[in-house]
Design a protein around this ligand. Structure first.
Ligand SMILES: C[S@@+](CC[C@H](N)C(=O)[O-])C[C@H]1O[C@@H](n2cnc3c(N)ncnc32)[C@H](O)[C@@H]1O
Length: 410
């Protein structure tokens, strides 16, 4: 039975034993019966915390570890001078070794699949899942090719403190691609801007976009697949994977698992500028077809240009839920489906309709293990069988990750 308890108050300091990692860049601890989500710590540590936020109704509180009394073996001195309690909120795991960060992400994935898909992933796959570094990783640093810096009232760029609108002026960002910092963005003022977006594309020079009123150029991205290279136009403010090795890793994994055959019909859902459609087009050939569905107007226009050389590829601008509903009503089918939704995932209705299209394999690319686990649960309800999952440390130093899954028709 739950006992009456008042819980911690903002600014309280006390010592806790830290329990497991939780999704979101923090670990769980308990204090006098109340759940605490503690940042800047690791499972197994004993730390002094300061309470930073009280959750609704006092059901939980958030806290920062401000003193480490018993460190965990994976703890390292944070390389970034701007990380730590009350400072930049961009990274969650600067104080953890790269292997330690991947071990935390591994635990989060297993926990999410168990809770949201009702699946023991290790037992189901017959092996433990490994969170893999993206090829080209440099100890988790210098990877971020797209950075949005917030700009304060005086025009100085910085990064926001954790769960705050406060902007911390910074003079470096260790996870940013050196070409991003090489633009001199952090030594420049941007009067009138609310943010400044810096993009270091794989082709050509970096660009700086002042938000909201600056011109937004188109950049070019190259994706080196095992057997050929793709080049695509992307708006400097449009979606593109931020780690330089990420797009080719995910596209190559999905291609290998889905193994498209000549004459097949492929759906690329949440297509962005069409990188998966471009990768599948040669394999299905002009006796087959690829239909890319994307909701954003600018991304759709770029996708049409990027895919113009393959007339058997069509690009539809629509919401994916409406597009797949229409296809199901029309009695259509698909041989293969790629799902690459935003953080919220595809959801129950899209999973149901994708299942009704009857693809032999579904490739799912996800940036949130919770959304993926939930949607895998829905696809299993549609009769699909989870064949494989790979997890990638595509956002080192943060709690974020990317997963690729393949599900087969029964
Ligand atoms: C994670 S990105 C993937 C883009 C692309 N597959 C890639 O790898 O570059 C998700 C894409 O889905 C689009 N999107 C988000 N919600 C959508 C919806 N309900 N219907 C259609 N597209 C949507 C976004 O505009 C974005 O381009």
């Amino acid at each position: 039975m739950r006992t009456e308890q008042t819980g911690a108050a903002l600014g309280d300091r006390f010592v806790v034993a830290v329990g497991p990692v939780a999704h979101g860049g923090h670990c769980i601890a308990r204090h006098e019966g109340q759940v605490l989500f503690v940042r800047h710590t690791l499972p197994g540590e004993r730390v002094r915390v300061e309470v930073t936020e009280i959750g609704p109704g006092g059901r939980f509180a958030r806290a920062d570890a401000i003193e480490v009394l018993e460190p965990a073996p994976a703890r390292v001195p944070a390389p970034c001078p701007w990380s730590g309690p009350g400072r930049c909120g961009g990274c969650d795991w600067q104080h953890v070794s790269p292997q330690g960060q991947r071990a935390l992400k591994h635990d989060v994935i297993l926990e999410q699949f168990s809770r949201l898909a009702g699946l023991d992933l290790t037992e189901h796959l017959g092996r433990d899942i490994e969170v893999e570094a993206i090829p080209g990783d440099r100890d988790g640093q210098g990877w971020r090719t797209r950075v949005e810096f917030a700009v304060d009232d005086a025009g100085h760029p910085g990064l926001r403190r954790h769960r705050s609108h406060d902007i911390l002026p910074i003079d470096t960002c260790l996870i940013a691609d050196p070409r991003v910092l090489g633009t001199g963005v952090l030594a420049t003022t941007y009067p009138g801007a609310t943010a400044v977006d810096v993009v270091a594309p794989s082709v050509g020079a970096p660009v700086v976009v002042e938000v909201p009123d600056g011109p937004v150029p188109v950049v070019r991205e190259r994706v080196a697949l095992p057997d050929r290279e793709l080049e695509l136009d992307v708006s400097a403010r449009g979606f593109w994977q931020v780690h330089p090795g990420a797009a080719r890793t995910f596209v190559a994994t999905v291609l290998e698992w889905l193994a498209p055959r000549p004459g097949e019909h492929v759906l690329d859902l949440y297509a962005g500028v069409g990188v998966f459609a471009a990768a599948f087009a040669p394999a299905v050939g002009d006796r087959g077809s690829v239909e890319a569905v994307e909701g954003d107007r600018t991304a759709t226009e770029h996708a049409r240009d990027n895919l113009a050389a393959s007339p058997w590829v069509t690009v539809t601008r629509d919401r994916v839920d409406r597009a797949v509903r229409r296809m199901v009503r029309a009695g259509r089918t698909a041989d293969l489906v790629v799902l690459d939704p935003p953080r919220t995932g595809a959801g129950r209705a899209v999973c149901r309709d994708v299942g009704a299209l009857g693809p032999r394999t579904i490739g799912y690319v996800a940036c949130d293990p919770a959304a993926l686990a939930r949607d895998v649960g829905y696809l299993i309800e549609e009769g699909y069988i989870l064949r494989d999952v790979r997890a990638f440390d595509a956002f080192p130093m943060t709690h974020h990750m990317e997963l690729v899954a393949a599900l087969d028709a029964p």
